[in-house]
Write a protein that binds this ligand. Structure first.
Ligand SMILES: Cc1cc2nc3c(=O)[nH]c(=O)nc-3n(C[C@H](O)[C@H](O)[C@H](O)COP(=O)(O)O)c2cc1C
Length: 192
């Protein structure tokens, strides 16, 4: 069974990125995937504080807050789905703070090691990106984060983008995107 962890990065509940993530996760569940969703806006956590516990003896993040069980879930997962609106040409601060905590997945010798990540290789990452502006306004965020995602071991990456989103619910009216979302979710759930 494919184990999927989904992180919701919008401060807005039931906005377009939440809706896109729900669609993806429901389709994956219907195909037999086990799905765990974490809404970052409901968690109390910090970004990485560079205390380096994870590099000098500890095998995990040294900050004991709501992100710790999320990181543990992620270690067990096959697929990570991150759903984020674009805020000022980037992911939201909430999502970035969560991603910074992924630093704890990198081994002490990650800069030189052949296998730099405690996650191993082969986890899959799906980015669900929503934005108010048209497609050419900013890039697919995977292109920005590619080198870090390589180090973390997310070798297979896909992005679904919903552009021109304004009111909550706009995303559900994009028929082609909904079909693409269902198709990718099915493929992911079946481990293809
Ligand atoms: C603070 C803020 C910054 C934003 N910056 C951008 C931006 O740089 N580019 C863009 O295309 N949309 C931008 N948007 C629009 C959001 O990406 C868009 O409304 C998105 O659908 C919101 O997602 P949500 O409904 O899941 O909250 C911004 C919105 C906010 C509130």
């Amino acid at each position: 069974m494919t184990r999927l962890v989904c992180l919701l990065g919008s401060p807005r509940k039931d906005g377009n990125s939440d809706l896109l993530a729900r669609r993806f996760c429901n389709t994956a569940k219907a195909e037999g995937a086990a799905v765990r969703t974490h809404s970052l806006r409901d968690l109390r956590f910090q970004g990485c504080m560079n205390v380096l516990f994870c590099k000098i003896g500890g095998e995990r993040c040294g900050l004991d807050d709501d992100m710790l069980p999320v990181l543990a879930d992620l270690s067990e997962a096959d697929v990570l789905v991150i759903a984020t609106p674009v805020y000022f040409c980037n992911m939201t601060g909430l999502m970035k703070q969560a991603m910074d905590r992924f630093f704890s997945f990198l081994k002490p010798d990650y800069m030189t090691a052949e296998e730099p990540s405690r996650l191993g290789r082969g986890k899959r990452l799906i980015l669900l990106q929503t934005q108010g502006e048209p497609e050419d306004h900013c890039r697919d965020l995977l292109s920005t984060y590619g080198p870090a995602l390589d180090q973390l071991g997310f070798e297979r990456r896909d992005c679904l983008r919903a552009c021109g989103m304004r009111a909550a619910g706009d995303v559900l009216r994009q028929k082609a995107l909904m079909e693409e979302t269902d198709a990718l979710a099915r493929e992911v759930a079946l481990g293809q």
